[in-house]
Ligand binder design. Sequence first.
Ligand SMILES: O=P(O)(O)OC[C@H]1O[C@H](OP(=O)(O)OP(=O)(O)O)[C@H](O)[C@@H]1O
Ligand SMILES: Nc1nc2[nH]cnc2c(=O)[nH]1
Length: 183
Amino acid sequence: MDSNDVSADLAHVLYTKDQIQDKIAEMAAAIDKDYEGRDILVVGVLKGAVMVMADLSRALHSHVTMDWMAVSSYGSGTTSSGVVRILKDLDTDLMGKHVLIVEDIIDSGLTLSWLKSNLESRGPASVEICTLLRKPEAAKVEIDVKYVGFDCPNEFVVGYGLDFAEKYRNLDFIGTLAPHVYN
Ligand SMILES: O=P(O)(O)OC[C@H]1O[C@H](OP(=O)(O)OP(=O)(O)O)[C@H](O)[C@@H]1O
Ligand SMILES: Nc1nc2[nH]cnc2c(=O)[nH]1
């Protein structure tokens, strides 16, 4: 193995590439059915949602437009600060649009709770959430989430868009990190 091989940093694989792709296809089918006859504005939350956005949007058959937001609620560590800042806003006027927020993970729920209210205040026809992962045990606020891929254990996870110190986003699976990475 290459001494810089990323797999040496992983403790467990939680969701394989195939499991993720099957789940994305399942969510896309449910979304197509629910939005039949309506265009969807999918809003990806940078940076973590890049992989889900890329795969989910390609799996959808509905007419889709795409936009991106960047918000910050985490510092350099692994716990949410609860303070959300907009780093990049949408380019799209939401008035009358069916908005589907796409996320990689809902942990405490603080980011999405804030973001959903923020987008709802802009006059859209509807705002729903699609997330690949949710940590039920970590929830600090209740949010209505229409599409959830996996309810995952309350551990810090990486891969498929999710980072630790900006690394591991490029993995095509999701896993937990070995203790030596944190030390
Ligand atoms: O439910 P919460 O506890 O609020 O956590 C969820 C948020 O944390 C992650 O983003 P992060 O702030 O790590 O930024 P990134 O997407 O750029 O990695 C994730 O993409 C969510 O936006
Ligand atoms: N990489 C990563 N980012 C997060 N943001 C909120 N929860 C998590 C997590 O478990 N992993």
